[in-house]
Write a protein that binds this ligand. Structure first.
Ligand code: CA
Length: 234
């Protein structure tokens, strides 16, 4: 059994205790941080299995923790927030969050979402030796979680990596936004199409020579996206 703890980052002790009780009951080990600075220390020292991250925190806020987390690791995280407008939701996924729960929330549902993320995440690393993908001059190594062009490694967030993996696994084939969302998020009926567009935009800025004239990730109007290897271009 995996005893790596789940890190709960929450400054309201009652909420932190509630989450902890439900996770422990579900068989997870837990650790807690009540501010952003402590959260970053624990992320570095304990490499938690997953992070539950409140956004409004003392010392360092949740957004900064999210960005630092994504820069430094592939640890999955779920954002917990009292702010429910759509912009925050988009920004949450853009920061690389694996899911988003709005307060007040049902602790049972939170535990279910934690399980879903862990299932999705650990299934990906259990598949043995998944094939290295090569297309359009890029090489994507699922096992080492690495994307490169020649000698140059390209830094991607976890979501960008999964999106590129989905596109590169079927070069030349059109994939709808809905299909891509389904591949990226197990259980996210409220993820909006625009989230995919935001991540595609970021991928293009990292991968394309001219992001305004994308040659690798092509838009198929009204349908979705297609990964087109360079050889197909004219
Ligand atoms: Ca808070």
């Amino acid at each position: 059994m995996n005893r790596q703890p789940i890190l709960i980052v929450e400054d309201e002790p009652n909420i932190a205790r509630l989450i902890e009780a439900y996770l422990k009951h579900a068989g997870f080990a837990t650790i807690r941080a009540a501010d952003g600075r402590r959260a970053l220390d624990l992320i570095r020292d304990e490499s938690p299995r997953l992070v539950i991250l409140d956004l409004l925190l003392p010392e360092i806020d949740g957004w900064s923790v999210a960005h630092a987390l994504r820069r430094e690791s592939d640890i999955p995280f779920l954002i917990l927030s009292a702010q429910k407008d759509e912009i925050d939701r988009v920004a949450g996924f853009t920061a690389g969050a694996d899911d988003y729960v709005v307060k007040p929330f049902s602790p049972r549902e939170l535990v279910e979402r934690v399980r879903a993320i862990i299932r999705r995440y650990e299934a990906g690393s259990r598949e043995g030796h998944p094939a290295v993908l090569r297309a359009g001059g890029l090489e994507l190594d699922p096992e080492r979680h690495r994307v490169s062009r020649g000698e140059d490694e390209i830094e991607l967030t976890l979501i960008e990596f999964r999106l590129l993996q989905a596109l590169m696994s079927a070069p030349g084939r059109v994939q709808t936004r809905e299909a891509l969302i389904a591949r990226l998020y197990d259980d996210a009926p409220d993820v909006i199409d625009r989230v995919i567009d935001v991540h595609i935009g970021k991928l293009r800025r990292k991968l394309e020579h001219d992001p305004s004239l994308p040659r690798l990730i092509r838009t198929v109007r009204g349908v979705g996206y297609r990964f087109a290897p360079k050889d197909d271009e004219r």
